[in-house]
Design a protein around this ligand. Sequence first.
Ligand code: HEM
Length: 476
Amino acid sequence: TKTTNSPPSPPKFPIIGNLHQLGLFPHRTFQSLAKEYGPLMQIHLGSVPVLLISSPEAASEIMKTHDRVFANRPQTKLYDILLYDCKDVSTAEYGEYWRQIRSICVLHLLSAKRVQSLRAIREEEIGLMMEKIKHSSSISLPVDISELLSTTINDIVCRVALGRKYEGESRKGFKKLLMDFTELLGTFVVGDYVPWLDWLTNVSGFYSRAKKVAKKLDDLLEDVVEDHITRQKEGNDGLDSEDFGDFVDVLLWIQRTESLGFPIDRTVIKALLLDMFSAGTDTISTLLEWAMTELLKHPNIMKKLQEEAKSVAGDRTNITEDDLGNMKYLQAVIKETLRLHPPIPLLVPRENRQDIKLKGYHIKAGTRVIINAWAIARDPTYWDQPEEFKPERFLNNSIDIKGNDFELIPFGAGRRGCPGIVYAMAANELVLANLVHQFKWELPDGVAGLEALDMSETFGLTMHRKTPLLAVATLN
Ligand code: HEM
C-alpha cells in the first residue's frame, strides 16, 4: 500500500499530526527529528503531509533533479489576503503567469545592470547612516545597531522601489505598517493545516486584521503609482526608456510598451512592489545584524576585517563599491554569517505538482516541502567545527551561495531560487564594509558585555535577534 513506501515519519496524533512538536524554533526541532528519522522524512502538520529535507543530497533531489515538479508554492488564504491572491512572484503558483512576472524581476528589477544603476542611492543612504552613528558617538550614546540597520535598509528599498522615502511621522507609520505586514506573513496559521479549525483563526480576528493591513498597504501603493503617472504626464520623465527612475517607473514603462509581450495590470505592479519589500528588507537587515553580532563576539575577526578595509581604502573615509571586489575577507565574513544565521532558515516552502518517486519513496502531489538550510549548513559531515564562526573556511574554497553548492543554500536554488542575490549582496557588503571601516565597535560593557551578549533568535518570516544589538562606536 501507499503508506508502506512513504518516507520515515515520527508517530503522530490524530488531527494535529505532529503540530504539537514544532516548538518555538522549528529549525532546531526539525534538526533533531532528522537525526532520528533521516534527511528525507515526512511529518504531518495537521492534515498536511510535509516532507522535511535535511541533507545537501536530498536538497539537490528537490531543487535540481526534480526542481520542475517541486516548483510550486503552497497557497494559503492569508497569502491571498496579503499578496493580491498570490499575484506576487514569491507565492504565485508555478506556471505561465509566474514565469512572466519572474522574468520582470530577473530582467528588469533585479538585474546586475539595474543594481549597478542604484549605486548612488545605496551610497547616499549609507552616508546618512554613518552620520547618525557619528552623532551617537559624539555624545557617547550606544548605537542601536538593529534599529539603525532596519531603518537604513528600509529607506534604501523605499527609494529604489517607490522613488521616495518616508520621514518623521510618516516613516513611523510606514515602518509600523511594514512590520505588521511581515509579522502577519510570518504567522503560523493553524487553519492552513487543520482546515476545520479555520473558524478559530476567523474568530480570533486574525483575518480581519490581515485585511485591514492589506487595505492600508494597497491605499499607499495606489497613491504611489498615481503620483508616478501624474509626474510622468507632467514632466515626461521616465517615459521613453526604462533606464531611469525607480521600480514603479520601470513597471509602468513595461506596462505601456508591453515590451515583454504580455500585458501587466495595476495589481501585478502592486504585488511586485510588495514582494520587493517583503523579500528585500528584513532579510538584508537581519543578515547584517548577525554579522555585526558575530564581529563583536570575535574581536580578532573584526580587527582582521578592519585591516582589510584600511588596506583597500587607504586614506579615504568611505569604502565605495569599487573597493568591494578586493575585499575577500569581507565576502568570507558574509558567507560565514549566511551559513550560521541564514535569514530564512527553512527557506520558502515548496510543493510538488504531481505524484513522484523520490529515493524509492512515494510522495503524493501537494506535499509541502521544507528544506532545513540552517541544519544543512551546520552538519558536521560537511563542515569542520560547524558551530564556530570561522570566515577563514571560505578563503580557500569555491563554495558559493548561489545555489550550486547544496551544503550552503541560504538563497535556495533552482527555478524558485532567490532572484535578489546580486541586489542583496551589493547592500550587505557596502554597509558592513563602511560600518567596520569608519568606526571602532565595542559592546556597552566591554568584556562583561561580551559574556552577556544575547544570541537568542526569534522565529518568524526571518530569524532575527530577539533583543536589539547595542554597541558603542568611536570614530576610526
Ligand atoms: C540576504 C538577503 C536575502 C536572502 C537570504 C533571501 C533568501 C531567499 C530564499 C531562501 C528564497 C526562496 C528560495 C527557494 O525557494 O529556493 C527567496 C526567494 C525570493 N527572494 Fe530572496 N533573499 C534575500 C534578498 C532578496 C531581495 C533583496 C529581493 C528583492 C528585492 C528578494 C526577492 C526574492 C523573491 C521575489 C523570491 C521568490 C522567488 C520565486 O518564488 O520565484 N530576495 N529569497
